[in-house]
Design a protein around this ligand. Structure first.
Ligand SMILES: [Zn+2]
Length: 109
């Protein structure tokens, strides 16, 4: 029996220049340790600073141990006006949306 989707067996997030080999559960993008990493920040595009930049977005997200919402907020702030100059305001709105998600999450209970 074949599955209708590809299972990515390994996480793939770069840590200290090495690709994370932790297993990924079905339906997840990264391993449990790196589950908060936004998928499109992982492949070192220039609008997130590039692989050689010590302040590359993905490295800052990891260094600050940000969760999914805050990681995405930082991602959209860092790329606003860089990935697509015409979408700078849209990127900032997305950052605000993720901040609102996090504020709601922390305000519950
Ligand atoms: Zn991992």
């Amino acid at each position: 029996m074949t599955r209708p989707y590809t299972i990515r067996a390994r996480c793939g997030v770069l840590v200290g220049g090495k690709s994370c080999r932790n297993p990924v559960s079905v339906g997840a993008v990264h391993c449990m340790r790196h589950r908060q990493f936004p998928e499109d920040a992982v492949n070192h595009p220039a609008h997130y600073g590039g692989e050689d930049n010590p302040y590359e977005t993905i490295k800052v997200i990891e260094a600050w141990d940000l969760n999914f919402n805050l990681g995405n907020a930082l991602k959209y702030i860092s790329r606003a006006g860089k990935k697509d100059a015409a979408k700078a305001v849209e990127d900032l709105r997305k950052a605000k949306q993720y901040l609102d998600f996090e504020i709601s999450r922390r305000s519950r209970g």
